[in-house]
Design a protein around this ligand. Structure first.
Ligand code: ADP
Ligand code: ZN
Length: 777
């Protein structure tokens, strides 16, 4: 008796193992310990094999870890499909299939944690000790002070492992305990990602060691009602608008058919799509089936999950990579046990162990975050469609700015198309104004960052006590250091990009956004030694500083990947903004996505052109989506909104049409371009990047690959472009060369490519294949 097993080793095919005669054949989806070389690894049973065929020397499974499927067989099948379609190994999907801590035997580890809390003495010390000076003869180190500050802000205390992730070690904690500044208690916790704080049982841990877990219940919804929750949506009593009702009726009919359907819910920003998802979910649950709700960003999960919690109580789970290991573990097992009806999650939740799915929603389906940019390079939206098909479920793709591919399918009848053309309660879309920055430069000089109309608009919002969002899709303070003598830039030694300046004054650093290389900003040019170095280009940090200078009394915050490095910062920033504690929020595309902030009446875009210069065929599409989405954040409440878009290309069609929020015309324009240039949806793309230490080797290997592909294509089914150095010719110290294949037979391309790579195993190890790439940089 034989089984095929996926092991978590990159790029490996399924392996065949034998099962000893006195052992029951393990179920598909069960975990097994198998020998691999000199190691023993945890694998997942993918299939039963009758005949090991040519495989000689089949080794014996060492141990079967599960009596039943650990991963549902349905999800195993989906992982298999994903691996095949995206030219990856099944083992590459394992991290997405398993909860944390599932690769060993200790899988049901419900944890007891030590919780630290600040004492009154600690609080007093914190307030008296403003400058890290010794107090009462006791030195409080910077770390200890940080710990006290954290604890002062957390009345219920903080688990010590969380403190450890902030660099506050056990020794620092013990010292604070000895000083009497903090106390530590031991508690059993039920890691509940919904609440602002984890829900805990009050009793000491040893009193509860019977293994009965307290049910997450009233306590956690109370925490939600405490303020972080968005508007009181989700209550099934709210009346749908006529348009919503019509859309809901159509989708409901599809759901009731209990058959596979893909529907595009094309609804303008603020048209009330979420309300429709909630109702469909209720219908689905009432029919005895379950719901998977995918959102593109971790930041969007709390608000959506809270709405679902209102409707479904504790039969809702969250799955995303921002949860702690413990939370992920608990959520995964709740889902697997069948304790939940709704899973809200990001990309990898498409592999959730939820069974009997009747409805999948992919909100903001156009969003690039659904694409995993590492192996396996899957698009969760597309995997979700396959999952829905296998489950005979309805899948709803929601967006105000659908991807060109999805809209094309809707227009050609492959998908159902359901439209919400108006905002709820007939609220107007934001009034969008374009500012031609060439005129601003002429009038105000070349250094102006905020144009006159944008400055006036921000000031006016402050007077009216309304909120503003200011978008610039570029992090940092300045985007390059430039030499006025030799025109050189200070570049990353490992990547072919210039370093980005972060911070000001003494805190100034030059950093690579790809490999994180960081250096002091040089005083003289590294190329010509000249002393004339200038900063060039503007990032979000600079915009934040400009806004501060413009309105010093305003409460200003910044939201970008740098600002939210620390766990929890993102959620607290968004909560503060929602609560009206921030007047102006400056940020990257993170502020553009899906949020519903009713008090925002102004959206400013500092430069709409950031993405347009990229040598990527989706540059226009992305710019259109970003601008439409961010403009859609304004005027979602009672007061009408305004958007001001600064650009050097006021005539560009993606900017013009985004201002009019005219999706259909944009689609027609873009489709013409795609047709003429032979890009998706007219062809499939497969991008292969070969890496090497030397530029010539990367190019030679890619050339060989391209030649093999051309030779294999006797019938002329596809076009092979390259080899060529991509825009990012060097990355993390390695040179890259690209081979792009276009054709209508995606599978044919993949098979030819896999055959070509199999002929050059040395190249295969350094090649990354991207099927349906979102970006070809
Ligand atoms: P979308 O996702 O389409 O951009 P949302 O679902 O966030 O829009 O809805 C926008 C706002 O309108 C939200 O504040 C929501 O609570 C509110 N809303 C939705 N449906 C209704 C309705 N039928 N009546 C009143 N307000 C609604
Ligand atoms: Zn770099």
């Amino acid at each position: 008796m034989f089984i095929s097993v996926a092991v978590p080793v990159p790029n490996l095919d399924l392996l065949t193992y034998a099962v000893a005669d006195d052992v029951d054949r393990p179920a598909i989806g069960a975990r097994v310990l198998v020998p691999l070389g000199t190691r023993v690894v945890t694998g997942i049973v993918i299939d039963h094999v009758d005949d090991p065929g040519a495989a000689r020397d089949v080794k014996l499974v060492q141990k079967v870890l599960d009596a039943h499927a650990f991963v549902p067989a349905e999800v195993v099948g989906l992982a298999r499909w994903t691996a095949e379609y995206y030219a990856a190994g099944v083992g590459d999907t394992i991290p997405a299939l398993l909860p944390p801590m599932a690769r060993g035997a200790r899988v049901d580890a419900h944890k007891t944690q030590r919780i630290a809390s600040i004492t009154p003495a600690g609080l007093a010390t914190l307030h008296s000790d403003a400058h890290l000076e010794p107090v009462e003869g006791r030195a409080v180190t910077r770390k200890q002070r940080e710990a006290l500050e954290l604890l002062a802000a957390a009345p219920d205390g903080i688990p010590t492992p969380t403190l450890a992730t902030r660099g506050i070690a056990g020794s620092a904690i013990s010292r604070l305990v000895r000083h009497g500044y903090i106390s530590v208690r031991s508690e059993r916790i039920d890691r509940d990602p919904f609440g602002v704080r984890p829900q805990r049982s009050a009793a000491p841990s040893d009193a509860q060691s019977g293994g009965v877990r307290p049910q997450p219940s009233a306590a956690s919804s109370d925490a939600l009602n405490g303020g972080v929750r968005p508007l009181g949506g989700g209550t099934p009593t709210r009346l749908l608008t006529g348009e919503q009702q019509a859309a809901f009726d159509r989708l409901r009919a599809l759901a009731d058919s209990l058959a596979f359907h893909v529907a595009l819910l094309h609804g303008v920003t603020g048209s009330g799509k979420t309300e429709i998802y909630l109702r469909l979910a209720t219908t689905t649950r009432d029919a005895g089936r379950r719901v998977l709700m995918l959102v593109p960003e971790i930041a969007l999960t709390p608000a959506i999950a809270a709405l679902f919690r209102d409707a479904f109580g504790d039969r809702v789970a969250i799955q995303h990579s921002g949860l702690s290991d413990g939370e992920r573990h608990d959520q995964w097992h709740r889902i697997r046990r069948g304790d939940v009806d709704v899973v809200v999650g990001t990309r990898s939740a498409v592999f959730t162990p939820l069974e009997r799915i009747g409805l999948i929603v992919v909100d903001e389906e156009h969003d690039g975050s659904y694409k995993q940019e590492e192996i396996p390079r899957y698009n969760a939206r597309d995997v979700a469609i396959v999952r829905a098909q296998r489950a005979q479920a309805l899948i709803v793709l929601g967006s105000a700015t659908p991807s060109i591919e999805t809209y094309h399918h809707a227009m050609t009848g492959k998908y159902e198309r359901v439209v919400l053309a108006r905002r709820v309660l007939d609220r107007p879309l934001a009034d969008v104004k374009i500012v031609d920055m060439r005129e601003e430069y002429a009038a105000e000089g070349p250094d102006v960052i905020l144009s006159r109309p944008l400055r006036d608009a921000i000031q006016m919002r402050l007077e009216r006590r309304e909120q503003s969002l200011v978008l610039l899709n570029r992090r940092g303070f300045a985007t390059a250091v430039f030499c006025r003598q030799c025109a050189g830039t200070v570049d990353c030694p490992n990547c072919s990009v210039s370093l980005v300046v972060h911070g000001e004054g003494n805190a100034r650093r030059a950093r690579c956004h790809y490999c994180n290389f960081t250096a002091r900003v040089p005083k003289t040019c590294p190329l010509c030694a000249g002393p004339y170095l200038d900063q060039q280009g503007v990032g979000t940090e600079r915009v934040e500083a400009e806004v501060k200078a413009l309105v010093p009394s305003a409460r200003i915050a910044r939201l970008d990947r740098d600002a939210i490095r620390r766990r929890g910062t993102l959620a607290s920033l968004l909560a503060r903004f929602r609560a009206g504690e921030i007047d102006v929020l400056v940020g990257t595309q993170m502020i553009a996505k899906g949020h519903d902030f009713p008090q925002v009446t102004l959206v400013g875009v500092v430069s709409a052109d950031v993405g347009l210069g990229l040598a990527d065929f989706r540059a226009s599409e992305r710019t259109f989506q970003l601008l439409t989405q961010v403009a859609g954040r304004a005027g979602r409440g009672d007061k009408p909104g305004e958007a001001i878009i600064q650009t050097l290309y006021p005539g560009h069609y993606s900017i013009q049409l985004a201002c009019k929020q005219d999706y259909p015309t944009f689609y027609e324009r873009e489709l013409q371009f795609r047709r003429a240039m032979r890009y998706p949806p007219f062809v499939s793309l497969v991008n292969t990047v070969v890496r090497a230490r030397a530029f010539s080797q990367a190019m030679d290997d890619a050339a060989d690959l391209a030649q093999r592909l051309r030779d294999a294509d006797a019938r002329g089914d596809f076009r092979v472009l390259g080899p060529a150095p991509p825009p990012l010719g060097k990355l993390r110290g390695e040179y890259r060369a690209q081979v792009l294949v276009k054709g209508t037979n995606r599978k044919g391309i993949r098979l030819a490519l896999q055959a070509a790579l199999a002929g050059r195993p040395d190249v295969q190890r350094r090649a990354v294949v991207d099927i349906d790439p979102l970006s070809v940089l």
